[in-house]
Write a protein that binds this ligand. Sequence first.
Ligand SMILES: [Ca+2]
Ligand SMILES: [Ca+2]
Length: 407
Amino acid sequence: MPTKTPLKYPHRSGNIPAVTHTRAFNSTTAAPPGFIEQLLNKIPLPRWAVYAIFAAGLLLLLVCFLCICVKCCCKGKKKRKKQEEKIDLKGVNGSSTTALVQPDADDLEYGSRDKQKGRILYSLEYKAETSELTVGVKEAAELKAMDLGGTSDPYVKVYILPNKSKTCETKVFRKTLQPAFNEFFKFQIPLAELNESTLVMQVFDFNRFTKHDIIGELRLQLGTIDWNHVIEEWRDLTEASKFEQENLGDICFSLRYVPTASKLTVIILEAKNLKKMDVGGLSDPYVKVQLVLDKRKWKKKKTSVKKKTLNPYFNESFNFEVSFDQIQKVQLVISVWDHDNMSRNDAIGKIFLGCSASGNQLRHWADMLSNPRRPVAQWHSLLSAEQVDNALALKHALKIPFTKKPF
Ligand SMILES: [Ca+2]
Ligand SMILES: [Ca+2]
């Protein structure tokens, strides 16, 4: 009977403990030691060198593995951070997506050094039979960059002075200094009025979360234009005039004065196109009706708050006792405010009427006085609160420096 072990360990054939030991060894790792041994023998390098190479390889693998681990962890963290940012931005404005929000990081002031505002291509056509003026806002070029990225988000506002009964706006063009608007606006204006009117085209830079910046404007005296032809030309924009920089909205109210009863009745009817004051793009307007006498606040009343609207309808009536003597000196201040639950209410716009007023406001006041007992209603464009407060120069409100609010 042939045996297997004597071939391998011939010198220990009779030694039983040694055999049992060998068997135990063989049954578990019998093949590998032989195989590895053979492999190692085949390598033409000293044994220590082989071990060193093996150790170095192992170390290299370990380092690679660690690197991959660290990279994966970092990516995870960044992703989580981005997601948190996204959530935060959504919290600020539910309606806007991050794609829309992110470009606005460069809506910050760019501060161009040169005074070049850019040019605008417009067209004008007047049809006397229908009293219709068509204003074409066609293109703009070389506009001043207002944002950090060296671009602007231009749009154009068009209105006619002195009445400013209607303000039109083009669409906003994102990130360009040469927008092609190609929009046309129609204004109803009789020929007699046309000659005393001024057409204003103002180019603005749109910003999502801050006040829109005016880039420049063009004012055309319509009385100097030859209406026999359609006009189309390029003109340079100029620096915008200090006031009328933004459209704050319009308000309609009626005035009635009964001298025999010393009664002044103000009916706040409605407002339209009010400036957006809240993050959601709306306002919560209410109207304050004040009387100022001898540069002091005298009497004050206010309407209810209309929630989330830019075109509120009030139809609320207020009576004041004002003698015939006082009506000559009194000033009626109408201001529209945005109500806020969490912070101070903001003034949207203001106007004042009285014998010391001017333009449209003076006309309304004079109409009321010359038509006693009859209500006279009229629309008015709101002006900035600063502008009106300055004109009124109230005694108690003499703030030392006049500084324009940031927005
Ligand atoms: Ca902008
Ligand atoms: Ca509000």
